[in-house]
Design a protein around this ligand. Sequence first.
Ligand code: SAM
Ligand code: 2KA
Ligand code: SF4
Ligand code: MG
Length: 258
Amino acid sequence: MPVNAESHPESGDHDIDGDALPINEVFYSLQGEGKLAGTPSVFIRTSGCNLRCWFCDSYHTSWKPTHSWMSIEDIIDEVRTFDEADHVVLTGGEPLIHEESVKLLDELADYGYHTTVETNGTIYRDTAIDLASISPKLRSSTPTTERDPDGEGEWANRHDSRRINLDALRQLVTNYESQLKFVITGADDFEEITDLVERVRNQTQIAVPDDDVLLMPEGRTRDELADTRTTVAELAMDHGYRYTPRLHVDLWNDASGT
Ligand SMILES: C[S@@+](CC[C@H](N)C(=O)[O-])C[C@H]1O[C@@H](n2cnc3c(N)ncnc32)[C@H](O)[C@@H]1O
Ligand SMILES: Nc1nc2[nH]cc(C(=O)O)c2c(=O)[nH]1
Ligand code: SF4
Ligand SMILES: [Mg+2]
């Protein structure tokens, strides 16, 4: 169900009683990324983000957010229409900017769903998360003047100062089963990854095995992925990290609702 009403997610200007979330789309697909790639899953995509990656493949949740407000009850009713699925992926935008995501996840868990949260790792919340799929943003994600899809670099400093929150990363990794999934634009990104993984390891007693560090090629389309994925596969082999494909892009390119 693509949802396309225009309004601003931070405004809260909706007339639904009870807890509600700005929802960009709800759809059924295969998990395309990470440890659970290939798993049939219902995706709930919230709108609104605290970062602005230049390459964001969900432009209508970050740079130009669109959504309809949905009550938690209505979201869960919609999820339950896909009766083959027992996995739910909460994504965005950044789903953890919304306090109401806590209640949604708790209720999904009460219904017995396995929950994955796709997050940029800058915000921690205590809720029912079976897999925290954390994608910390590297320097190469910054929307510099040359790479800004929507302006002239106005977001660059804000993005850069927000993109790493070591304390939030520590809490996510310590309290949930997790994966660290880095978007790679080129071999130059690698040093920053090893450095950040070390810093996270130094913050927690929980083991962060190389197997839970995933390298994902940057690319919104098959053609873009064709340019990055071999480099990324070789980096994974050289360093013992895991490669993750973007299965949905391989299967359906950049079609919406996939
Ligand atoms: C749209 S984000 C939403 C969740 C959260 N804001 C985050 O960034 O993790 C979902 C996933 O897509 C990844 N992603 C976004 N744009 C991408 C691109 N152009 N190429 C590869 N991965 C991308 C993100 O890193 C994240 O793992
Ligand atoms: N099929 C599919 N798998 C995904 N895994 C993470 C996604 C996301 O946008 O968070 C995503 C997505 O958009 N589609
Ligand atoms: S953090 Fe996620 S949703 Fe936000 S701009 Fe980056 S990729 Fe897009
Ligand atoms: Mg996606």
